[in-house]
Design a protein around this ligand. Structure first.
Ligand SMILES: NC(=O)c1ccc[n+]([C@@H]2O[C@H](COP(=O)([O-])OP(=O)(O)OC[C@H]3O[C@@H](n4cnc5c(N)ncnc54)[C@H](OP(=O)(O)O)[C@@H]3O)[C@@H](O)[C@H]2O)c1
Length: 236
């Protein structure tokens, strides 16, 4: 059975990713930093007939990530698919009003978190036959999108969130060059109604997870080192 772990999965896109992968018959760990929220999400999925395993996981904590590795090791001895989904939006202040400390907190979750989690789980991923990693990025991390005048009026400039996702994209690209045998890709879910944007997103979580579950391996012949949305390739 395919074993997967999704971070930040007590709600939003992470929770729906867990639901879809578990509904496909996978053995799925629902990672959440808050025990009560994580257990509640797992219990609600169970009420809907989908069984998942809750694992406490705060992507900003070495100790928490190490404990999650031990849990997956003890249960499965390997990890086939890691979905680095946990992310925060941060204050959308104009660039001149952004404080360095705001960026540091945002990068701790959106950039250092996926690196911390990926490196900690690499031994278990290496133990899998066909390991895959999905980095949940954003179109806002794309230089091509950022420089496209069609978006200028719609997305006001800010520093933290777009820069964190651009950094995550480059990290994905560098991992892809370094990790032989591990397929790793960045995904732009698209503008999806979740708490991250006060539910202003225009897509459902089902639409928003299409690219994530495809790159997680529900399809076949997954690529590596790319950036994708539900329609196809996203320009870097
Ligand atoms: N929604 C969109 O339109 C959109 C578009 C592009 C990209 N994305 C990306 O998609 C991913 C999921 O976002 P979402 O829209 O589903 O947002 P969401 O509903 O706000 O969910 C974010 C999840 O991340 C978790 N999280 C935050 N800090 C964490 C930490 N330190 N350790 C572990 N988990 C942590 C949250 O946990 P708590 O509940 O405990 O806070 C929550 O479960 C993010 O990476 C986001 O950047 C979203």
């Amino acid at each position: 059975m395919t074993t997967a772990l999704v971070t930040g999965a007590n709600k939003g896109l992470g929770r729906e990713t867990v639901r879809r992968l578990a509904a496909a018959g996978w053995d799925v760990f629902l990672g959440a930093r808050d025990e009560a929220r994580g257990r509640k999400a797992a219990a609600e999925l169970a009420d809907d007939g989908v069984t998942v395993r809750f694992v406490p996981l705060d992507v900003t904590s070495d100790e928490s990530v190490a404990a999650a590795v031990d849990t997956v090791q003890a249960h499965a001895g390997r990890l086939d698919v890691l979905v680095n989904n946990a992310g925060v939006g941060g204050p959308p202040n104009p660039p001149a009003e952004v404080r360095a400390d705001d960026l540091r907190q945002l990068f701790e979750v959106n950039v250092f978190g996926p690196v911390r989690v990926t490196n900690a789980f690499l031994p278990l991923l290496r133990a899998a036959e066909k390991p895959r990693i999905v980095m949940v990025s954003s179109g806002m991390g794309s230089f091509a999108v950022s420089n496209d005048p069609r978006w200028f009026g719609l997305v006001p400039p800010t520093l933290g969130y777009p820069a964190s996702k651009a950094a995550l994209n480059m990290i994905t690209s560098q991992y892809a060059r370094a990790l032989d045998g591990v397929r790793i890709n960045a995904v732009d879910p698209g503008y999806t109604a979740t708490d991250l944007n006060g539910h202003t997103g225009t897509q459902t979580v089902s639409e928003g997870t299409d690219a994530i579950v495809r790159l997680a391996g529900l399809g076949s012949n997954e690529p590596t080192g790319g950036f994708f949305n539900r329609e196809g390739v996203v320009p870097w």
